[in-house]
Design a protein around this ligand. Structure first.
Ligand code: PRX
Length: 617
């Protein structure tokens, strides 16, 4: 494989651009780089849906399974071939067309892991209608702000989602969101549980009704030939302010980037059965459940439920039944399985597994070794892949078969990726801020509606270098070791959450005067959220106040952002100029040494908070 790394990046991406994707019009120029803006595959016209679906059927692979879908209720399953996927995508596309969706109509998708989720995304791509998928765990407020920011006219949701045998009322949340974001003209509701929903006449339609007499013939529903740089989707992610950023991904560079990395990093073979156990609501699912694997014509598993329903061996049952050869998941999931013990995996024959992947947060060597030993039979390589919503594709990762794997290291930058670590002066050092120096095909094209924020966030600290926000170390062999975020972004169970976003949600509660949020290490979730809160009028905290604040954060953002600990304090530690000393709060939360406290306005505050933190729940 080292031959891959030795290639000239421009030749490599030109060749991959031709090999991974079919073009309606070939590109004439590989790249245009006008920092900080890149364009790729200029002059090319293509369609992502065509590349992910139709062309495989046209090539005679219609009977190949695209997704082995496993519903949460045991036995609720479906083998969706590429031909069947095509029929369903065409049906969805024609239904959206009936509702007035066409090229340039923005569509929000708020679905659980049902087959209609990738189908809806592909239908949008077929039409040239950009989508934004909002993770089903986000609240009505979070959904509304995304709908509003993107200007979505149509929302696709479902009655309810299954979660550990219970139902989550997605349509009811969507109703609240639509009340706050009145731009939505039409709402398409997929029936999943048949639970109670309220339908607003003229706006809401059941998908099964609206699609009942719709044509399924692909010949009558061509894929729109789109410009290489046509907007494919926005993915909202947390930054260092309260407002999530709509990360812009366009068609050609993104598709080539994810298909290429998927192929090489996961060492695809004709018999590969691939399972990325993420949620499509995050970038990992977009790139490595939907666009990458389908573009490569691979057979994947798509699973609706959680790892512990109905029992803790559910994943391993799925692996055994489908003969999964490649499994891609997050360290937090691995640590959870580790905590449950290896006996659940041992109940099943996992001998089909040949390669294991990890993503989303630093993987500790213990989890890496457990994964390899108990899931990979002590022989499957573990590839730890580093990337971000913004990078769109895997950027740093070992390639299977390319040398020794080091537990905890993400290996080397992918072909054509130039990564460096810089000190505060911008000088290359062995341990510093991770930056990327050369444009790559799937890189973000900006932040929706906010070009200045794009420049400020990524390109202003070190002009000419893309700032990742992560710290990293490069060892003597040139292998990278990720050290976590250096900014105000937390990583809880691989979910990216901004401290400021949680602070704003807390301060929004009428009882709160002031709040400061930071992360502490957590053995299972990587990090956990700690909130320091001062109540109005000198009120003391109480268990009721804790519940109220947790609920408020769940309403404003979603359960994933709810603090694990809430520490009530009459005062927050501040500098003499009135700035909250977050570093100090982090130290208290992590029970580390406190470092320099000489700039504190009132040093006694710290001891008080420390005592309260120790007693917090
Ligand atoms: O801090 C890094 C961490 O996750 C951040 C990106 O989060 P998000 O945009 O939500 O995308 C997650 C899935 C690609 C990064 O800035 N991160 C991601 N992968 C790794 C990682 N940290 C260490 N090792 C990884 N393999």
């Amino acid at each position: 494989m080292s031959a891959l790394w030795d290639q000239d990046p421009d030749e490599f991406w030109t060749r991959e651009g031709r090999a991974r994707v079919d073009w309606f019009t070939p590109f004439h120029t590989l790249r245009e780089w006008d920092p900080p803006y890149a364009k790729w595959y200029l002059g090319g016209r293509l369609n992502a849906c065509y590349n992910c679906v139709d062309r495989h059927v046209e090539a005679g692979h219609g009977e190949r399974v695209a997704y082995h879908w496993e519903g949460e209720p045991v036995g609720d399953r479906l083998a969706l071939t590429y031909a069947e996927l095509q029929r369903r995508v065409v049906r969805f596309t024609n239904t959206l067309k009936k509702l007035g969706v066409g090229r340039g109509t923005n569509v929000a998708i708020y679905l659980g892991m049902v087959p209609e989720l990738p189908i809806a995304m592909l239908a949008c791509a077929r039409l040239g209608a950009p989508h934004t998928v909002v993770f089903g765990g986000f609240s009505a407020d979070a959904l509304a702000s995304r709908i509003d920011d993107m200007g979505c006219q149509v929302l696709v949701t479902q009655d309810e989602a299954w979660r550990r045998g219970r139902t989550v009322p997605l349509k009811a949340v969507a109703d609240k969101a639509m009340a706050a974001a009145p731009g939505v003209r039409r709402c398409v509701v997929v029936r999943r549980t048949d639970g109670p929903v309220s339908m607003t006449p003229g706006r809401d339609v059941w998908y099964h009704e609206a699609s009942a007499h719709v044509d399924e013939d692909p010949a009558n529903c061509p894929c729109e030939p789109l410009d290489a740089e046509a907007l494919l989707f926005l993915m909202y992610t947390s930054g260092t302010t309260a407002k999530p950023k709509g990360i812009v991904h366009t068609t050609a560079g993104y598709l080539v980037g994810v298909a290429t990395t998927h192929r090489y990093v996961f060492d695809l073979q004709p018999d590969t059965v691939y399972w990325c156990a993420a949620d499509i609501g995050w970038i990992t699912g977009h790139s490595y459940i939907v666009y990458g694997p389908l573009c490569n014509g691979v057979t994947s598993v798509l699973y609706e439920g959680t790892p512990d329903f109905p029992d803790r061996d559910r994943w391993w049952d799925i692996v055994e039944r489908h003969g999964v050869t490649v499994l891609y998941t997050a360290p937090t999931a691995i640590r959870t399985h580790m905590k449950w013990g290896p006996e659940f995996a041992a109940r099943h024959d996992l001998s089909s597994i040949r390669l294991l992947g990890s993503v989303g947060e630093p993987i500790n060597p213990e989890a890496w070794s457990w994964y390899r030993t108990h899931i990979g039979a002590g022989r499957a390589p573990v590839v730890d892949t580093w990337w971000q919503t913004e990078t769109g594709m895997i950027m740093i990762s070992p390639l299977p078969g390319s040398g020794t794997l080091k537990p905890g290291s993400v290996g080397r930058p992918f072909v054509g990726v130039e990564a460096a670590t810089l000190d505060s002066q911008g000088r290359p050092v062995a341990n510093g801020q991770l930056v990327l120096d050369r444009p790559w095909p799937a890189m973000l094209r900006g932040i929706h509606g906010d070009p200045q924020r794009y420049v400020d966030t990524y390109w202003s600290k070190y002009p000419g270098h893309y700032l990742t926000g992560d710290g990293a170390r490069i060892d003597e062999d040139g292998d990278f070791w990720l050290l976590g975020r250096l900014d105000d972004v937390m990583n809880v169970s691989g979910h990216r959450i901004s401290t400021i976003e949680v602070e704003s949600a807390l301060v929004d509660d009428r009882s709160v005067a002031e709040a400061a949020v930071c992360a502490r290490p957590d053995p299972r979730t990587g990090q956990a959220i700690v909130a320091y809160v001062t109540l109005k009028g000198g009120r003391e905290g109480s268990p009721d106040a804790v519940d109220e604040l947790r609920q408020h954060v769940a309403d404003k953002i979603g359960k994933l952002a709810v603090p694990a600990n809430i520490v009530f304090t009459p005062e927050l530690p501040k500098t003499r100029s009135g700035k909250i000393m977050r570093r100090l709060l982090r130290d208290i939360a992590s029970e580390g040494s406190l470092g320099d406290t000489t700039t504190l306005a009132d040093p006694s505050v710290v001891e008080e908070i420390r005592a309260r933190a120790a007693a917090s729940v």
